[in-house]
Design a protein around this ligand. Structure first.
Ligand code: AQP
Length: 332
């Protein structure tokens, strides 16, 4: 059975982009029953950007709760927190010694993030793809759901696997394949990708009224300055979201009605709010249930960590064996 690995950073409240673009796809992949899913709250990756250490534990908890409420609770998926499995950091070191330095320097995300956090660019931000390679390879995952912005990192993980296997002449790691996640939701600003840290997000667990307030003020087609001007759904973020949550027949109708100006942006947003409610009501209910029983989250995480540590330790034995690292068991 193929192993799927993916993760999200606890850098803020998970939003509609995280859900529609990734989490919902994880849940759909799990439904096929053809894969074993391992999903990680990658807290060590989050250390690469500034954060508040006091609120960090609750962010980690909230991210895990949202994974479960988003649909993973109903599946046989493993959910855990990265720092509970220190082998991620251990493998990252071994991989850093086979990782091609030049490729690290070409990572688009490093360039973007170092621009975003100008005053806090650290070495961890630069070596982030090595830790991500370790996350994946530790579980010998063969399928990795990745958004457009992570494709380069996955290619890098494949290179690390190849370089390690080649250097030590053993097939320790399989090369993970991408499962492309093509949907990209822009933020309420209409320009940038919806992000936890850009202040342009609609939280997955926000109440209906708060979502409506954000939708009302969200950017649409900038050229549709008046109600009677025809719109261009293909460039409108509201329409992109309709594509993800509204039934196909209705999406077709909205497309036509926007182009002919039969509906205005306000009407279109109202319909989106309705579709979102259909999607989000069960998620909110599961989240409320988990909040009332937080031990269900912590137990799932503890069980996930125990299972992952067993796999991770086994892989590290193979890694060290291939690399001839025996520690105190080294003999003359
Ligand atoms: N706007 C988006 N549309 C579609 N998919 C998205 N993802 C994130 N934003 C969108 C997908 O969600 C997963 C989250 O990965 P992450 O938390 O490790 O990092 P990220 O992509 O950097 O997420 P954010 O929300 O933008 O966080 P910050 O603000 O901390 O950088 C990935 O699968 C991603 O493709």
């Amino acid at each position: 059975m193929a192993t799927i690995f993916s993760g999200m950073q606890p850098t803020g409240e998970l939003h509609l982009g995280n859900y529609l673009g990734a989490l919902r796809q994880w849940v759909e992949l799990g439904r096929s029953g053809e894969h074993e899913g391992i999903y990680c709250v990658v807290d060590c990756h989050a250390f690469t950007a500034p954060y508040d250490a006091k609120t960090f534990p609750s962010r980690v908890f909230e991210t895990a709760l949202t994974f479960l409420a988003g649909g993973l609770a109903d599946q046989d998926a493993t959910v855990f927190v990265q720092s509970d499995v220190p082998e991620h950091m251990e493998l990252a070191w071994y991989l850093s010694c086979v990782a091609p330095m030049g490729e690290l320097g070409r990572m688009t995300q490093f360039k973007e993030k170092s621009e975003q956090h100008k005053t806090a660019v650290n070495a961890g931000l630069f070596t982030y793809p090595i830790l991500m390679a370790a996350d994946i390879l530790l579980y010998k995952a063969t399928l990795v759901p990745v958004g457009h912005d992570q494709i380069q990192h996955l290619e890098f993980a494949r290179d690390c696997a190849r370089h390690f296997n080649h250097r030590f002449g053993k097939e320790v790691f399989p090369e993970p394949k991408p499962h492309p996640l093509t949907l990209r939701i822009r933020g309420t600003d209409g320009n940038e990708k919806m992000s936890k840290s850009r202040g342009n997000a609609i939280g997955l667990l926000e109440p209906e009224a708060a979502i409506w307030k954000k939708l009302k003020g969200a950017f649409t087609d900038p050229e549709r300055t008046t109600r009677d001007k025809p719109g261009r759904p293909e460039i409108c973020n509201i329409f992109t979201m309709h594509g993800a949550v509204t039934p196909a027949e209705k999406v077709k109708q909205i497309d036509a009605d926007c182009r002919s100006a039969a509906i205005g942006c306000g009407d279109c947003k109202k319909m989106l709010a309705e579709s979102l409610e259909v999607e989000l009501v069960p998620i909110r209910a599961r989240a409320a249930e988990l909040r009332a029983h937080p031990e269900r989250v912590t137990t799932a995480l503890a069980e996930g960590a125990a299972k992952c540590r067993t796999i991770a330790q086994k892989t590290m034995v193979e890694v060290k064996d291939a690399a001839g690292v025996r520690g105190s068991k080294s003999k003359p």
